[in-house]
Design a protein around this ligand. Structure first.
Ligand code: BMP
Length: 224
């Protein structure tokens, strides 16, 4: 299960870059994650045209971290342009923050995904120390999914123990950041988020198929 992170480099025709990758990959992967660089360069109107017929996961990765009203307003806007999921930080807390965002997500039919740990080393300096509180917030609002790092799979294992089996875990860090395909799923994730290892390669379809195959093999092995 792969979600492709579409983070276009600076020196490209960004709409064309996204469209090509979307067309080549849509039948093989479970979703696309669009981050701030693509959203500010293409705009929501342009993105909604590219993805208008897509029925998989379409995640607005804004990593929202604001007061509840503003996060709710932002989520509502991206929902109007065809996104069906949104990523927010858990560290802003529950009251007047994630609780309000989650209510809007529910109203708009948006899946809420909360960041409870990150793939870079700095996550250990602050975020990881509060892992249990962040997972608690996710539980309290009934978050659809959580982000936890493929680069530190024991964190995924811990998050899975804390959150139970219903909530999805999405794990970035496969490929360029060093984790092997399948690692995160073996430790309890549902989806592996892959960006540059696919999107910056010479042949995106071939790279995606190879990663999917590697993922399958590793998962088959770890599940015996
Ligand atoms: P790549 O596979 O090219 O390293 O991309 C990873 C993607 O996952 C990026 O879009 C990044 O914003 C996102 N991500 C991450 O790398 N680590 C996190 O902890 C959370 C993320 O959303």
């Amino acid at each position: 299960m792969i979600i492709v992170a579409l983070d276009p480099p600076q020196n490209v025709d960004v709409e064309k870059w996204i469209k090509i990758r979307y067309d080549e990959l849509k039948e093989y992967v479970q979703g696309f994650k669009i981050g701030v660089p693509a959203i500010i360069r293409v705009g929501l109107e342009g993105l909604s045209k590219i993805f208008k017929d897509y029925s998989g996961l379409l995640i607005a990765d804004l990593k929202l971290a604001d007061i509840g009203d503003v996060m709710a307003l932002t989520a509502s806007i991206v929902g109007d342009y065809g996104f069906n999921a949104v990523i927010a930080h858990a560290f802003v807390g529950y009251s007047q923050a994630v609780d309000e965002l989650s209510k809007t997500c529910e109203k708009k039919g948006l899946k809420l995904i909360l960041v409870v740990s990150m793939s870079h080393r700095g996550s250990e300096e602050f975020i990881d120390k509060h892992l249990e509180s962040f997972v608690e917030i996710a539980k309290r609002v009934g978050s659809w999914g959580l982000v936890a790092p493929a680069t530190r799979p024991l964190i995924i294992k811990r998050v899975r123990e804390l959150i139970g089996s219903e909530v999805k875990i999405l794990s970035p860090g496969i490929g360029v950041q060093g984790a092997e395909p399948g690692t995160a799923i073996c430790y309890g994730a549902d989806y592996e988020i892959v960006g540059r290892a696919i999107t910056h390669s010479e042949n995106v379809k071939q790279s995606a198929l190879k990663i999917i195959e590697n993922q399958k093999q590793r998962v088959a092995k770890c599940r015996g």
